[in-house]
Unconditional design. Structure first.
Length: 114
């Protein structure tokens, strides 16, 4: 019984190590891909050519303080979550017709979703 318990602990610990390694690889890949998004978007909440993305989950579209949004984005009435962000990044013009984020740029940024 003690051997079974020890084996169980080792298997769980090994699984955690594999998952942690996979997350680290995904995070590194995401950071690399995000480099193409970073000229317009910061992750610390500061605005640039695009609104800051810090704290975007749970935030209503067009509501970041100090950023001048298109009328389309202000009136989209989207609350950003995993599903709405995935849809927007996959095709910004389909998700929010008339917004000003260029589709060609967003397709690159969309691949940062992991």
């Amino acid at each position: 019984m003690k051997a079974f318990n020890l084996l169980s602990v080792l298997l769980v610990a090994g699984s955690i190590g594999v998952v942690a390694s996979a997350h680290a690889q995904n995070a590194a890949h995401g950071a690399q891909v995000f480099e193409s998004c970073a000229p317009c978007h910061a992750t610390n909440g500061e605005n640039g050519a695009g609104p800051g993305l810090g704290g975007i989950v749970g935030r209503k579209s067009g509501s970041a303080t100090g950023f001048r949004y298109s009328k389309a984005m202000k009136s989209a009435n989207i609350v950003w979550n995993e599903k709405s962000l995935d849809a927007y990044l996959a095709d910004p013009q389909e998700a929010v017709p008339g917004n000003v984020m260029p589709s060609r740029v967003s397709r690159t940024c969309a691949s940062a979703r992991i």
